[in-house]
Write a protein that binds this ligand. Structure first.
Ligand SMILES: C[S@@+](CC[C@H](N)C(=O)[O-])C[C@H]1O[C@@H](n2cnc3c(N)ncnc32)[C@H](O)[C@@H]1O
Length: 390
């Protein structure tokens, strides 16, 4: 496919998204109907679609509307592409510019700060400005770009240098990331990771660097009873198990179906994690981890549709749920034990404010608390360690 045909494909897919189709499904439908497209074409079209969704507000302003065509014109403008050479109408290229489009595109570009502001939902912008303070402008700019791909080296299987060497043999380039001693940033060949021997053999797992950094601070040790209360696919439980292979780790989730991959992932990593059905939880755990359901605002570079789907009502519901889960999980912590509260959110309402309310109510103490933003290199993330003192 020519570069122009890839843009035309992105326009058609974004039209489906505008009509309500999830982007992944629209991309799959297009892929099925486009057998001629090679893997490079598919990757490029996918990148166009996700670049647009990440910057939907600013690209709409640059391109003159919310249609697939206007958004892709916004993308082309933001990326400094030669629009006249691409929008020719020849072959599979998008149609040439109308006079109205040409006039709009001739207007001066707004400054970067104005554009970055537009890429937050209007209702959420004031909250983010207040919560991020001096970091707001830089975080907003960073959130418009693709997120790096990070791997966690499973220290139970090998060290970071061994993982880099094994990955390099399969054409996957990495560099150590300063956020955590287990973290590697993939700088080339990211699409090969899941087929690589290093991944299949449990030497590396996909995990954001901020999550790794947060888990690195957790005081977990052999023999401890640990509960991952919101285990989902087990990413955090696996990272804990790699740090303390002899800890007794139990994974729990209100939706047990979400834990279905944990046995396979644990076997790959050589980790021991048992899963517990809701209602079968024990008491007096030394550590209880709550990786709470949240807005996911710290990960919106990876899941940009979620940014535009979140509503004030849904955020309020999530905050209520987080407070309930914190209290239910706290009841499982042994005297002198710790509760770890984590979210992948940038919002204080889901983070520090939850912790403050909990501490005020229970008399527990905050042993450690850290917020990560994309300026630290990984996703937005929050982790607090709460100590039961009675
Ligand atoms: C952020 S995800 C967990 C991700 C996971 N820890 C990981 O690292 O891969 C939150 C999880 O909380 C679960 N959840 C939601 N409400 C819950 C509740 N009341 N009790 C326990 N788990 C709950 C969801 O099913 C979801 O799997």
């Amino acid at each position: 496919m020519t570069p122009a045909a890839r843009l035309a494909a992105a326009i058609a897919i974004l039209e489906q998204v505008r009509e309500g189709a999830p982007a992944e499904r629209a991309l799959t439908n297009w892929g099925r109907a486009s057998r001629f497209a090679g893997s490079g074409d598919r990757a490029a079209v996918r990148d166009h679609v996700f670049d647009v969704l990440r910057c939907r507000g600013s690209f709409a302003a640059l391109g003159g509307g919310e249609s697939g065509r206007a958004l892709v014109l916004g993308l082309a403008r933001a990326q400094g592409l030669d629009i006249a050479a691409l929008f020719t109408g020849e072959g599979h290229a998008p149609a040439p510019l109308s006079a109205q489009e040409a006039a709009r595109l001739a207007q001066p570009l707004p400054d970067e700060g104005t554009l970055a502001d537009l890429d937050w939902p209007d209702w959420l912008r004031p909250q983010l400005q207040a919560d991020l303070g001096a970091a707001y402008a830089a975080v907003s700019a960073r959130m418009r770009a693709r997120a790096p791909v990070f791997l966690r080296v499973n220290l139970a299987r090998g060290d970071r240098a061994a993982a880099q060497a094994a990955l390099a043999l399969e054409g996957i380039a990495t560099r150590p990331d300063p956020l955590a001693e287990t973290a590697l940033e993939v700088t080339g060949g990211a699409r090969r990771v899941q087929a690589s021997a290093a991944y299949r053999d449990g030497l590396v797992e996909l995990q954001d660097a901020a999550s790794q950094a947060a888990i690195a601070q957790v005081p977990v040790a052999a023999g401890m009873r640990v509960l991952d209360y919101c285990a989902g696919g087990g990413g955090k439980a696996l990272a804990l198990a790699a740090r303390a292979p002899k800890a007794r780790i139990e994974a729990h989730d209100i939706d047990p179906g979400r834990m279905r991959d944990i046995p396979v992932r644990a076997a790959r990593a050589g980790a021991r994690i048992s899963t517990v059905a809701p209602g079968r939880l024990g008491r007096d755990y030394d550590l209880v981890l709550v990786d709470a359901p949240c807005s996911g605002s710290g990960t919106w570079r990876r899941t940009p549709e979620a940014k535009w789907r979140l509503t004030p009502e849904r955020l309020a519901e999530l905050c209520t749920l987080q407070a309930q889960i914190l209290r239910a999980a706290a009841a499982r912590v042994a005297p002198g034990g710790r509760l770890l509260y984590m979210t992948c959110s940038l919002l204080d309402a889901e983070n520090a404010a939850q912790v403050e309310a909990f501490v005020r109510e229970t008399g527990w103490q905050v042993a450690e608390q850290r917020r990560f933003t994309p300026l630290d290199g990984g996703d937005g993330f929050f982790a607090a360690q709460l100590e039961r003192r009675d």
